[in-house]
Design a protein around this ligand. Structure first.
Ligand SMILES: Cc1ncc(C[n+]2csc(CCOP(=O)(O)OP(=O)(O)O)c2C)c(N)n1
Ligand SMILES: [Mg+2]
Length: 399
């Protein structure tokens, strides 16, 4: 352990390190696994020191995202009247959860941290604090949804919790996210701006200009790259020469970490370090989370109702882009299982309590879908609302 890099997590919490050291000395599987995973000698933060409620809250967030995804996939497969759609995030839940757990998500708009999302936004939105019912109503084109039903999945936004929006275009959101970071610095605020991006963004000009500008101006900016190996139906090696895309960030002079994106607590550790650096004026950080999506790029081809994941050949041949055994291998390192097992190993939960939490989450998700389904549909003309400004718009410039 690098002692200069070591800090205890800032929130009040009990120390579990003693427990882990004892467990490791005793040679238990739990202790050894935990030490290998968390005492890597580089990241000085210890998610395990956080208060119990916060740690259990991370498992709950992962479960909320997971069951929202599964419920939506089943709806798409079984209910021909269901209009909603999604770029499913299942498999990647630990990334959004671990990152957003390190952010300031409550408070006035001029104090909370902001997160910019992608075309795959449902997990980022829920982790940042977007209301599930309103989000689901939006994804189902309901007039009472989060954005009036005309944003649907790929343009949902809720600035009240710092969720600055999904983005149907790959890349341009990066420029907006660095713009927010610049605004925070110009205003002397300690807010932090985070952008999520996929491996497919590497080949966009926005990726490179965002990193370059963030470093040149030492902005409070965090780039979270979710490397799920594929952009649409192509492996990222088709468009990126790096194995670790983090190497590209290092070339811009930005500190970068590669983390196991299936382990929420490792993601949290890296995010906490990045947030503290950004808040204290230390500039940007790049985090590459290695992860995997269980479903097809878009929608539910190859999936079966009631089962997690999409496999094998489908008539459109679009699930055939990756080997079935690869999907199954990644599903062996499931973010739900890892978070659940870790909390049980740390003594925060037993299996019965974890099961009870999952049942509560399922009930919440069922209720959200039922509520959304009763809401009035938006009208086609609603789609033009808020597209054009009305009246006079006065250009402004910071002096
Ligand atoms: C500028 C632009 N080009 C192409 C597309 C079509 N498109 C949608 S998603 C996607 C791949 C994105 O891959 P990645 O960034 O790895 O994210 P993932 O889908 O894996 O989450 C592409 C090319 C787009 N939306 N925007
Ligand atoms: Mg990808």
């Amino acid at each position: 352990m690098n002692s200069t890099a070591h800090h205890t997590a800032t929130e009040e919490g009990v120390s579990r390190r003693g427990f882990l050291q004892i467990a490791a000395l005793a040679g238990t599987a739990a202790g050894m696994a935990s030490r290998a995973a968390y005492a890597d000698g580089q990241i000085g933060y210890w998610a395990m020191d956080l208060p119990d409620d916060k740690l259990k809250g991370m498992l709950r967030t992962i479960l909320r995202i997971r069951w929202h995804e599964r419920t939506m996939a089943d709806k798409m497969l079984t209910d021909s009247n269901y209009r909603g759609y999604n770029h499913f995030y299942a498999g990647q839940e630990a990334v959004a959860t671990g990152v957003c757990a390190a952010l300031r998500n409550d408070g006035p708009f001029d104090q909370i941290d902001v997160a910019y999302s992608t075309h795959r936004p449902s997990g980022h939105a829920l982790a940042k604090g977007v209301d599930m019912k309103l989000m689901q109503a939006e994804m189902d084109f309901r007039a009472t949804g989060l954005n009036g039903g005309y944003a649907a999945e790929m343009h949902i936004a809720d600035p009240s919790v710092g969720f600055m929006g999904a983005d149907g275009m790959i890349g341009p959101g990066h420029a907006i996210a660095t713009g927010s970071a610049f605004a925070f610095r110009a205003r002397g605020s300690d807010q932090v701006s985070v952008v999520f991006g996929g491996d497919g963004t590497y080949a966009t000009p926005h990726f490179h200009s965002a990193l370059n500008n963030a470093k040149l101006l030492d902005l409070p900016f965090i780039y979270v790259l979710e490397n799920n190996l594929y952009h649409q139906y192509a492996h990222y090696s088709y468009s990126c020469p790096h194995t670790d895309i983090a190497d590209a960030a290092r070339a811009y002079g930005i500190p970068a970490r590669v983390v196991d994106g299936q382990d929420v607590f490792q993601v949290y550790n890296a995010a906490k370090e990045a947030v503290d650096r950004a808040r204290s004026g230390g500039g940007p950080t790049f985090i590459e989370a290695k992860t995997y999506r269980y479903y097809n790029h878009w929608g539910a081809p190859g999936a079966e109702a009631g089962k997690l994941g999409a496999f094998g050949y489908d008539p459109l041949a679009i699930t055939s882009f990756r080997p079935e055994r690869e999907v199954r291998a990644w599903m062996q390192r499931d973010p739900v299982d890892i978070a659940r097992k870790t909390l049980i190993d740390w003594g925060l939960l037993d299996a019965a309590a974890a099961d009870a939490m999952e049942e509560e989450v399922k009930a919440e998700v069922t209720e959200a879908f039922a509520w959304a389904a009763e809401q009035p549909l938006c009208k086609p003309e609603d789609g033009l609302k808020n597209v054009f400004a009305e009246g006079e718009v006065i250009p402004r410039q910071i002096a």
